[in-house]
Design a binder for this molecule. Structure first.
Ligand code: NAP
Length: 475
């Protein structure tokens, strides 16, 4: 095949995208927007539902952020776009299938595991990863069966990022406010019975190094029946941080410090729920017999590391806090994929500007690309994925022009469709997802004007689709 033919209606460029979160959709969009390219995109997801962390990660009380899915609907509406939901790489489709049926594969699988604190007692019942809690309250089927004991009064959330903020806010919110969101039904029921009164957020560094953003910090102060407590001594910067702040402005950091100073200056009322923001404090041990009962916390000081960053260093000042529940919100972690190389240290697929590289040679593997968190690590908001995916697609288009995606023959789309239908009788198309979407929204209306009531089990989703199809046949 000559280079000029590939990417034309006679020889469409066929691309598989594995994963249907923001990074996958932005990659599809950038390919679709190329004026002289005829591209057929097949997007796969192991769940019947698309959108990755927009559905399973973004907090239920952040509905506005979720409206980004309207853009993804448009991308999916492209005549040459197909969605294969409920298809898992390694279970239903192999890496060899992808290389046989596509000119290029783009991995957009995100980072689904969580980081460990590596402290004794971390595995006691009552100590959880925030990613589990987030998946649970967002009705992700993987987390449906989890149980969180909310019968105690104090929870500690370790970490100072936006995930820690989300977890603290959900724990602190009133059930009436949560009922107006699309939080999972099972989570709403459990949180209605919650006896948690105090949520402590532990940052291992100081207020000037917090990873959360100002909007999220302000939101804490607007939770009904909840106050934010900051010890003025902890809000005061150490000498090294103060020098950094004085040396150069940083919009988020400086705005955060202003909001924190406001919280620190307020007189706590002592009524209702409270979120306590602590700094320069790290857990060193969780204590308990049958479940977590206390946390030993070390006070830290900041030292400049070799990389120039201020790093926490543990002092010998220890304190023991009685706790009933612990969430570690210290970052997501990528996991290996069948058939793709993996950099275990960084938790990413090794790549150069999105071209997957062979760890043995450092050379790019022809036709294999990566986008999103599994490309760059679990950092950044939804919009960060747009330039990131564009960079990868630009590399792919470059390779296309250079003839590096040419193959002797790629079987037509229908062959693959037949193969997938043989392997899975319950494939979920984008139209199917739109049926589920409508059903969830209808359930929401019936439940008192909630944005939606999510299906939280794959079987439930498939049964709802089967019922819908049967109704159509009868109708
Ligand atoms: P993150 O922003 O990287 O924050 C991780 C936090 O955990 C940091 O404060 C980090 O402290 C701390 N940490 C790491 N290891 C630790 C340890 N061993 N002990 C104690 N603390 C530790 O990660 P994230 O909160 O998981 O969020 C991931 C990304 O999603 C971020 O870019 C975030 O902004 C984004 N996100 C956005 C929203 C939103 O826009 N509303 C919501 C959720 C997530 P150090 O700084 O000292 O390393």
């Amino acid at each position: 095949m000559s280079t000029s033919e590939l990417g034309t209606p006679a020889q469409p460029l066929r691309v598989a995208i594995i994963g249907s979160g923001p990074s996958g959709f932005y990659a599809a969009e950038h390919m679709q927007s190329q004026p002289d390219l005829f591209v057929q995109v097949d997007m796969y997801d192991r769940l019947p539902t698309p959108f990755g962390l927009v559905r399973g990660g973004v907090a239920p009380d952040h509905q506005k952020i979720k409206s980004v899915t309207r853009i993804y609907d448009k991308i999916a509406g492209h005549p040459e776009f197909r969605f294969f939901g409920n298809v898992e790489l390694g279970r239903d489709i192999a890496h060899e299938d992808l290389t046989a049926y596509y000119h290029a594969v783009i991995y957009a699988v995100g980072a689904r595991a969580d980081r460990r604190m590596w402290v004794p007692g971390e595995h006691l019942p009552g100590s959880h990863s925030a990613t589990d809690f987030v998946g649970w309250y967002n009705a992700h089927p993987d987390y449906r069966a989890l149980r969180f004991d909310l019968s105690g009064e104090r929870a500690v959330v370790v970490g100072n990022g936006n995930v820690a903020m989300d977890v603290a806010r959900i724990l602190a919110s009133s059930v009436d406010d949560l009922a107006a969101t699309d939080i999972a039904e099972h989570a709403l029921e459990a949180l209605a019975e919650s006896r948690i009164r105090e949520i402590i957020m532990l940052g291992r560094r100081g207020p000037a190094q917090a990873a959360f953003t100002t909007k999220e910090l302000r939101e804490l102060g607007h939770i009904t029946g909840c106050e934010v407590v900051v010890d003025p001594a902890e809000a005061t910067l150490d000498a090294l941080s103060a020098a950094e702040v004085a040396a150069a402005p940083d919009r988020t950091r400086d705005a955060n410090l202003e909001v924190l100073a406001g919280y620190a200056g307020a007189q706590p009322s002592g009524t209702g729920r409270r979120v306590v923001l602590r700094f320069l404090a790290s857990p060193v041990e969780l204590i308990g017999t049958d479940r977590v009962e206390a946390m030993v916390v070390a006070h830290n000081e900041l030292r400049r590391g070799d990389d120039g960053q201020l790093r926490p260093r543990q002092t010998d000042r220890l304190e023991t806090i009685p706790v009933d529940l612990v969430f570690r919100a210290i970052g997501y972690q990528g996991t290996p994929l069948p058939g793709a190389p993996f950099d275990a240290k960084r938790g990413i697929i090794p790549n150069q500007d999105g071209r997957i590289t062979d760890p043995a040679t450092g050379e790019a593997i022809p036709g294999e690309y990566v986008v999103g968190w599994i490309k760059r690590g679990p950092q950044g908001i939804i919009g960060t994925n747009k330039p990131d995916s564009h960079q990868t697609v630009d590399a792919l288009l470059h390779d296309l022009r250079d003839g590096r995606l040419d193959k002797p023959a790629v079987p037509p789309r229908a062959v693959l469709e037949g193969l997938l239908a043989e392997r899975r009788t319950d494939l979920v198309s984008y139209e199917d997802w739109q049926v589920l979407d409508r059903l969830e929204q209808e359930r929401g209306k019936q439940a008192g004007d909630r944005p939606r009531v999510k299906f939280s089990r794959v079987e439930e989703m498939l049964a709802a689709l089967a019922e819908h199809r049967a109704g159509q046949v009868v109708g």
